[in-house]
Design a binder for this molecule. Sequence first.
Ligand code: 3PG
Ligand code: MG
Length: 392
Amino acid sequence: MSFLRMDELDLTGKRVMIREDFNVPLEAGRVTSDARLRAALPTIKLALDRGAAVILLSHLGRPVEGEYSNEFSLAPVAEHLSGLLKRPVKLEKNWLDGFDVQAGEVVLCENVRFNKGEKSNEEDLARIMATLCDIFVMDAFGTAHRAHASTEGVIRFAPRVCAGPLLSRELFELEKALTDPERPMLVIVGGSKVSTKLTVLESLMSRVDELIVGGGIANTFIAASGYDVGKSLYEPSLIHEAQRLIGMAHKEGGEIPIPKDVVVATSFSKDAKAQVRPVDEVHSDEMILDIGPLTAAKYATMIQNAGTVIWNGPVGVFEFKNFAAGTRAIADAIEISHAFSIAGGGDTLAAIDQFNIADGVSYISTGGGAFLEYVEGKKLPAVAALEARYKI
Ligand code: 3PG
Ligand code: MG
């Protein structure tokens, strides 16, 4: 991979715009897991030390484009980051109109997804962003799989562009880990929707030896196996696809295991009463919120027997303590396993923090979807754009 790196450039007195991935979980206006913010600190500090005027860009969540909303404001991130950096971080709301920033100062631009054209990668928008900086630093590994105006587009037009230290390190570590991995290679993919991960699941199947699905994705697979999932979050329209993937796994001599037991409740809340049920006994008014103990033990054994474990996404609603046991079992098994383990994704990082197992994971990536697409062997558009600029 060849691209210019931030440490090769003179940043003194320059307006240095760094695309970050500050898409962190929030609760009641506070950051509940700051792993992605901490991962960004060395880059920001380096830029400040080198005399840059630092401009930070990030998205947060998936707001309606073109509309400001408090819910998706980066204000809590600005506040938290200011605490970590021990210096003011000014949140700039109407940043596309231009703003002042001096060397040694940090400005955080409000959620890039409030701008129309961000996700469709409008050239006009990317060009405006490009005029606001002297140097654009792509450091958001977690968003490098999105060809958006603030990731791929701006790279084509900014005066100078380079990769930040976090992005460089992520790519280096993942390439090292995935070249000739120790077998069997087990991948755990959680998350709410099959639809957003369909192609990932499909191409992973040919690259890995075992695949465990969790969360809402697992619910669709449970339904696809003929069980009633009651009120669970699942995607009825994708049952056929799930069946096809189960069939593909069988053909390759493997399986996508279906939980034998699950933890259910009649409401989605942190105080909901949890009940363990065999997977074929879920009531019509219940929703599946975690895997049961038998299933957790089976998955833990699979982890113990693996040579490489890739973990992206929890298997239950671990934020609620009654439904955290499944994800905790996965986390504990990874912690004690001798397998080379890689974990990534916003929720996964939050789970690693919550269960305090960071020291037992070989490599922790800040990427979720980006990390999976990398594992899948796809070219990340923002990285491709950096490479294209390097060649010119
Ligand atoms: C992530 O959390 O995976 C990244 O920040 C990308 O977010 P997105 O899936 O909303 O594009
Ligand atoms: Mg370990």
